[in-house]
Ligand binder design. Structure first.
Ligand SMILES: Cc1cc2nc3c(=O)[nH]c(=O)nc-3n(C[C@H](O)[C@H](O)[C@H](O)COP(=O)(O)OP(=O)(O)OC[C@H]3O[C@@H](n4cnc5c(N)ncnc54)[C@H](O)[C@@H]3O)c2cc1C
Length: 399
């Protein structure tokens, strides 16, 4: 293969392009905006920077946060000391750092919008305002609003969440996470270097309703959102059924990151999966046995072995976790309420925050560890009710 075109220069596209060019492949990256302040919390978990240490080590400004307050309806909030810090970047700066790395690895970077793609016998012709670009293989990294219908995941309204928020020019040292009554979603306040990213994501309510919920919460906390700048975007959140049929690759193309719907259906974490899918896609292309005819299947099965089945399993109980009730209380309220009464539950929440607790083995961990007191037995009972037994075929993939 001679030339790979990467469409999109967010974390997924920039990282794929960097890895391909570093292995000597001619790589061109095309993004209509290049580095920009993509609507996002910008939070990066330990799981992500453990695998990609340059995220931590880089000199790009970031906030290193070690404390979170987790709140829920009617139970107040609990302080959680993070066992591993969360890094919080401005997306403008994170994207710039990743694009710089790609450029240093030898990627040719073009600021253009790809308006159409045409399949040739042995590759692709990409149309931009400035002209056409030829490539033998294509990486689709155009994000959740991928305008190219022929490639990448195929959205239905059930597969996305609304996500919006404010960048507010003020500071705080900790994170806030707030679960709201009868909302499949949550509010976050992430401190960044120089400002806060305060937002809400949710399913089943309009953007206007979510915005009001967020503003009310910020008013209650005395945070002046009126000084802030509003942002909104689509957050992929695939249903369980869709994970099975999700179109992640095809003939001479692979999709990475949001364009393939690769976002955690419970937490909304997407940057890790953007980087990880970039890593796996580039490994398939760089492998000695690379064959464009079989590459799509290889990529899919590598993702299944790595994280896909876990996200699919998470999607099977996401809604129950947010909307389920136990004795008139929401499940998040029960969990927050018991956190200070059970050190084991507290530890579990720390691991969920750091990204080191997968969904497939969660039920088993709760069953094995939360049984030392009446409180723990209640939490255990709640988890056993909402999390189904994972099918034997996927239990083996638990981290
Ligand atoms: C409000 C919100 C908060 C979030 N918070 C977090 C968080 O705290 N932590 C976390 O891990 N994840 C978070 N996410 C998810 C995270 O933002 C995404 O998963 C991540 O950005 C995916 O990276 P990507 O490279 O796949 O896509 P994107 O970052 O969306 O990049 C896609 C790129 O493609 C370019 N592009 C699109 N179409 C074209 C075209 N036709 N031609 C050329 N270029 C094109 C765009 O300009 C863009 O640069 C959040 C998402 C939202 C919406």
């Amino acid at each position: 293969m001679k030339r790979v075109a990467v469409l999109g220069g967010g974390p997924a596209g920039a990282h794929t392009a960097e890895l391909l060019a570093a292995s000597g492949l001619e790589t061109i990256l095309i993004d209509e905006k290049l580095a920009w302040e993509k609507p996002c919390g910008g939070g990066i978990t330990y799981k992500a920077y453990e695998k990609y240490p340059f995220l931590f080590e880089s000199r790009t400004p970031k906030k290193i946060v070690t404390e979170s307050y987790i709140g829920a309806h009617k139970v107040g909030s609990v302080k959680l000391k993070l066992n591993q810090p969360l890094l919080i970047f401005s997306r403008l700066e994170l994207n710039q750092m990743l694009l710089d790395r790609a450029e240093n690895a030898g990627v040719q970077i073009e600021k253009e919008r790809v308006t159409a793609i045409e399949e040739r016998e042995q590759g692709w012709t990409l149309k931009t305002k400035a002209g056409s670009i030829e490539a033998d293989y294509m990486i689709v990294a155009t994000g959740a609003r991928n305008p190219l219908r022929e490639v990448g995941t195929q959205w239905t309204p059930q597969d996305t969440m609304v996500a919006l928020g404010y960048y507010i020019p003020t500071n705080q040292e900790h994170i806030d996470i707030q679960f709201l009554d009868r909302l499949e979603g949550y509010i976050w306040i992430f401190p960044r270097a120089g400002h806060l990213s305060a937002g809400i994501c949710g399913r089943g309510e309009t953007a206007q309703q979510l915005k009001l919920r967020l503003e009310l919460y910020l008013d209650e906390k005395g945070i002046n959102w009126k000084q802030g700048q509003l942002y909104a975007h689509m957050l992929p959140s695939l249903s369980r059924a869709h994970w099975k049929t999700n179109r992640v690759a095809g003939k001479r193309w692979m999709a990475v990151g949001d364009a393939a719907g690769l976002v955690d259906p419970i937490t909304g974490e997407g940057i890790y999966y953007a980087m990880r899918s970039a890593d796996l896609a580039s490994r398939v292309i760089r492998s000695e046995s690379f064959d464009p005819a079989t590459a799509a299947g290889v990529y899919r099965s590598q993702m299944e072995d790595d994280f896909l089945l876990d996200l699919e399993f998470g999607a099977s109980f996401a809604q129950k976790l947010y909307l389920g009730r136990f004795f008139f209380k929401s499940i998040p309220s029960c969990i927050v309420g018991y956190m200070n009464r059970s050190p084991k539950l507290y530890e579990l929440m720390q691991d969920i925050f750091s990204g080191t607790q997968d969904y497939i083995s969660l039920r088993n961990r709760v069953f094995r560890s939360l049984n030392g007191s009446v409180n723990e037995s209640v939490v255990n009972f709640i988890f056993q009710r909402i999390i189904p037994e994972p099918p034997v075929s996927i239990r083996a993939t638990a981290r």
